[in-house]
Design a protein around this ligand. Structure first.
Ligand code: ZN
Length: 97
């Protein structure tokens, strides 16, 4: 199931992934406002992109959003005990927490 995947292959990511609109509901719940059009800054490659354009993998227990430019993890959403946690690994948002 969890076969190792080659790193640095954004084209593969783009084929498999959802986009940021898939987590719009969870983000709204966390931030209390519509976030998909909010732009953040990838600390890996410096790309400035709206959340709606991230590559999203909805996989238990967390949802991983990756930068489409460099393929690295931008942030992770975890739903635990009815609440949502956001782990902004490398995605700088104008507002967080
Ligand atoms: Zn990036």
């Amino acid at each position: 199931m969890d076969a190792p995947r080659p790193a640095g292959r954004p084209s593969v990511i783009a084929m498999e992934a959802l986009d940021g609109n898939a987590i719009a509901g969870s983000l709204f719940e966390y931030f209390g406002s519509e976030m998909t059009s909010v732009r953040g800054h990838c600390r890996h490659c410096g790309t400035f992109a709206p959340i709606a354009e991230l590559a999203v993998y909805a996989r238990a227990p967390g949802t991983v959003a990756r930068c489409r430019t460099c393929g690295d993890v931008a942030f992770v959403l975890v739903k635990a005990r009815g609440s949502i946690e956001l782990h902004p690994e490398a995605f700088q948002l104008p507002q967080a927490g």
